[in-house]
Ligand binder design. Structure first.
Ligand code: 5AD
Ligand code: SF4
Length: 481
């Protein structure tokens, strides 16, 4: 889910233009239709939320008449949507800025902009450190992009890192970038109020706020009508979604939102990410169970399997509480898959405490996990309060042990699927062969199977699993949708 490699914008013809303009003035609509002759190029790093934000940025630029390009050499505007979650993510972006510098040197007049979490964290310092950066925009400032481009075109630096308590970009129709035309992200909330001690997100993305529920349902409906068959509702902590209908004063909870989106159409699959174990309720679990089209998959980051470390991390649950939640999920939905995020070598973690993290992987029977070693982030609670005292070598060794165990657990998890038949939503050709399709089952497992006449991406079909690795299932088609 976290990506330190760039995803480039799709080719112009791959882009979804039909949704543009809804939120725009007539002048902007005209600019969009006619184009202003300029091109933008955007790279995104980090979480799905960042990729989703890039689609908002693309929509805003399209409204100004910009066209997307995959080729940075022909871009008038080069943007990088950045991540600050770990030091490595920031290093990757700095390397990319060196490359953009070269393009800028060879093509004077090209503007380079830094968006997202690094922009927010480093603010004006970024303009001083990276001399050739022209624009710096934090995650809540994207509406200001046209104005700041104009400022930069006049030779001044453009910066807006103001964090908002209200901005949700609810009225902006994202321009789908690099879309497979089958699955799309819908951002349902922004920011985070949790204050996990290791995490920079509350500082870079600001306070938590939920988006208008009707605008979410409208976006899902529109996507379905345009052929999409899967939406992932995105937020740093989706289970604390809460929106009040201003007309009735009625609050809408995450469980209610899930139901509203599930009712858009039985053939539209719903996924969501990320869940905080402290906030996911029985009501959410029963709503998932009630609707076949809500996928039986929960990303439930544990971070550590040890209660003392969890307390230092300010996760507000302990190991036992987490394990009870996992048991409750399997009790209500025995076929549900659970995945996790895990951090190795947090401040003061002992070998014994590390063993607790290993055992939580087995006890929870995760289908997969995203695993990291701890990276101290300036300004976070942990950076201020605790010493980053586990040597890098030890962190890396513990991480390897975690990865090795999770790979085994994933393999066992997948082997149990051999002989079972799953409903699969076809996403496209498999990575290896254009004679095979890939798609996912409800549990979010990738299944590869030979193509058959009449089937296309976006169709559902039934596949019987015959083989498994730790990452993928292989099977044969037993029935078309
Ligand atoms: N160091 C390492 N991993 C981190 N994460 C968040 N902050 C850090 C950090 N400082 C991981 C957590 C989180 C995921 C998005 O990234 O596991 O759930
Ligand atoms: Fe996403 Fe967090 Fe990285 Fe920001 S810091 S891009 S919120 S992962």
């Amino acid at each position: 889910m976290y990506n330190d490699n760039p995803t480039l914008v799709g080719l112009q013809q791959k882009m979804d233009e039909s949704r543009q303009g809804e939120a725009y003035t007539d002048a902007r609509k005209a600019a969009h239709t006619e184009g202003n002759g300029k091109h933008f190029y955007i790279e995104s790093y980090g979480c799905q939320m960042n990729f989703s934000d890039s689609e908002i940025v693309a929509s805003i630029l399209s409204g100004e008449g910009y066209r997307a390009t995959r080729n940075m050499e022909e871009a008038d505007l080069i943007l990088v949507n950045t991540c600050s979650i770990r030091e490595k993510a920031e290093e990757t972006v700095r390397k990319r800025l060196r490359i953009f510098d070269q393009v800028k040197q060879s093509r004077p007049g090209t503007l380079v902009g830094v968006l997202g979490c690094m922009a927010e964290r480093l603010k004006a310092k970024l303009l001083e450190e990276e001399k050739l950066v022209d624009l710096v925009l934090g995650p809540d400032a994207y509406r200001d992009l046209p104005k700041l481009i104009a400022t930069a075109e006049d030779g001044d630096k453009g910066i807006n890192v103001f964090l908002s308590r209200e901005e949700t970009y609810a009225d902006i129709s994202p321009m789908r970038l690099d879309s497979n035309g089958v699955s799309a992200f819908i951002s349902i909330m922004r920011g985070c109020d949790n204050m996990c001690s290791f995490c920079v997100v509350p500082f870079t993305r600001g306070r938590e706020r939920s988006r208008n529920a009707f605008s979410i349902v409208a976006e899902a409906t529109d996507l379905f009508q345009r052929g999409y068959r899967e939406v992932t509702l995105l937020g740093q902590n989706v289970d604390s979604y809460k929106w009040e209908n201003p007309e009735t004063g009625e609050p809408v909870s995450f469980a209610e939102l899930l139901e509203m989106v599930a009712l858009v159409h039985p053939d539209l699959r719903i996924r969501f990410s990320t869940s905080h174990p402290k906030d996911i309720t029985d009501e959410v679990l029963y709503t998932m169970k009630r609707y076949e089209n809500i996928c039986k998959y929960i990303h439930l980051p544990v971070q550590s399997g040890n209660s003392r470390i969890l307390k230092l991390m300010n996760r507000t649950y302990d190991r036992e509480w987490y394990m009870n939640k996992v048991r409750r999920i399997y009790e209500i939905m025995p076929d549900c898959a659970i995945s996790s995020d895990i951090i190795a070598g947090f401040c003061s973690e002992t070998e014994e405490e590390h063993q607790d993290t290993l055992s939580v992987i087995e006890c929870s029977n995760y289908s997969m996990s995203y695993m990291f070693f701890y990276s101290e982030r300036p300004g976070t609670l942990a950076a201020r309060k605790y010493e980053d005292d586990i040597p890098l070598k030890v962190k890396k060794r513990r991480l390897q042990e975690i990865i090795r165990l999770q790979t085994q657990v994933s393999f066992e998890h997948n082997k149990k699927d051999i002989g079972k038949t799953f409903k699969v939503l076809i996403e496209g050709d498999s990575k290896r062969s254009d004679q095979e399709f890939k798609g996912r089952n409800s549990q979010n497992k990738m299944i590869v199977f030979p193509k058959a006449a009449g089937l296309e991406p976006g169709h559902y079909c039934y596949v019987k699993v015959e083989d498994a690795t730790s990452a993928t299932l292989r099977g044969q088609l037993v029935e078309a949708g």
